[in-house]
Design a protein around this ligand. Sequence first.
Ligand SMILES: Cc1ncc(COP(=O)(O)O)c(C=O)c1O
Length: 469
Amino acid sequence: MEPSFLESSDFAATQARHLMQCWASQRGYAPIPVAETRGCWIHTSDGRRIFDLRSAHECINLGFNHPHVLEAMRRQMDKVVYVTDDFATEPTARLVQKLAHLCPGKPDKKVFLSQSGASAVEAAIKAARMYQYNRVFGGPIRPDDIDAPRQYPYPYKIISRYRSWHGATAGAASASGDPRRWFQEPFTVPGIVFAPDAHPYRSHFCNGSEGVAAQLQFLEYLIEQEGGSNKVAAVLIEPVVGSNGIIPPPPGYLAGLRKLCDDWNLLLIADETMTGLGRTGRMLALEHDGIEPDILVLGKALGAYCPLAATIFSETVSRSFDDHIFGHGQSFSGHALGCAAAVASLEVIEADGFLERVRVDGEYLGKALRELANRHPSVGDVRGLGFFWTLELVKDRETKEPLRRFTEKYTPTVVGRLSDFLLRERQVYVPSDKFGIWVVPPLVATRSELDFVVEAIDAALDIADAELG
Ligand SMILES: Cc1ncc(COP(=O)(O)O)c(C=O)c1O
């Protein structure tokens, strides 16, 4: 018989027993019981106050329990929580209109709403392929022709990059270079080709504009060798790489990529699941380079405290489905409560001065982190923008030999010890599965909270420095 939950005050133990933790072997799973959350802080049942330096995996850009968002959710809950897309609700309509306008390009776009970054990427990949079929073979369609089985043998290849993560479902994981793709192998979805990374600190090309030109030249060679417009459907990128190292692209790279896509009739899919909604100091990371995507993916922070993701299709892509079936969908699409939370969250981010403050305080944070690099030889590189920074740790600055290799995702390394120290000794939560230390605070963090974080990292870096002998 199921034991009565109410009899057990130790809900953390119950959770540890029955919840399958993400990306972890389950033995030793020991979640910390939480009493409440406020702003940037998690208050634990045993009386600690922990700063969330990963913004709950980048899902709470506005910090926890933002009053404007909670109020909008409360109001919406009394009206409509969810109806299917055969019906319309005000928050769903407002959100898709807002998203159609915040994504660069002509305004008559369409938005597919789902609940996770992975599902939004799946929709992007599928739609890019269907769009290409419609473009190349589709022709005019009579109503009688609309017959799903006869549609879509298409130019299908998706070009992605090794330093990328697009989610854990089969298609999204197959299109990810991150070692988490290996859990999907050998059953990866066919039709993915990996291009070199745009990584100034660890470039396989020379640095500066010559390096960017060489990289784009190689990419064009790759597109041609893969069959060009007849075979390739789209290029999928994170405009600023997230999980795989927080890597802003070198100047000129994204503009060059956009041009290549135009020249070869490929769609540019920008996955801003992690970087969208103000994280980099602009509503979208793409805005730093003035690039228009053909398909934009948003997730994580979009729904504030509700699981919500969006795949936004440019006017040209949207039009392609006027008379062809958009052969994709899922339950809960357009969830009214999630949309109400998203609209409220966007109102906060769009308010006067909000993003300006993220940019200014982001510079302040970056400067403080660079000062840490001056004192700690284990810091090889400091990079980022807005409230999206990382300190990459190395054994040797000269050779750039990393303290944790890209492929050592699940190998215990000193990086793990740093995050244990930060949590236990400094009350700063920053999960350790990275190449260094992530500095990704909620966008509402104050300067004194940023100072607190930098001071904690300063102490933690001594552990990494000691590793260098
Ligand atoms: C850029 C990017 N795309 C997609 C995803 C997958 O999102 P989700 O975990 O919500 O499926 C992630 C998750 O980290 C991500 O960083």
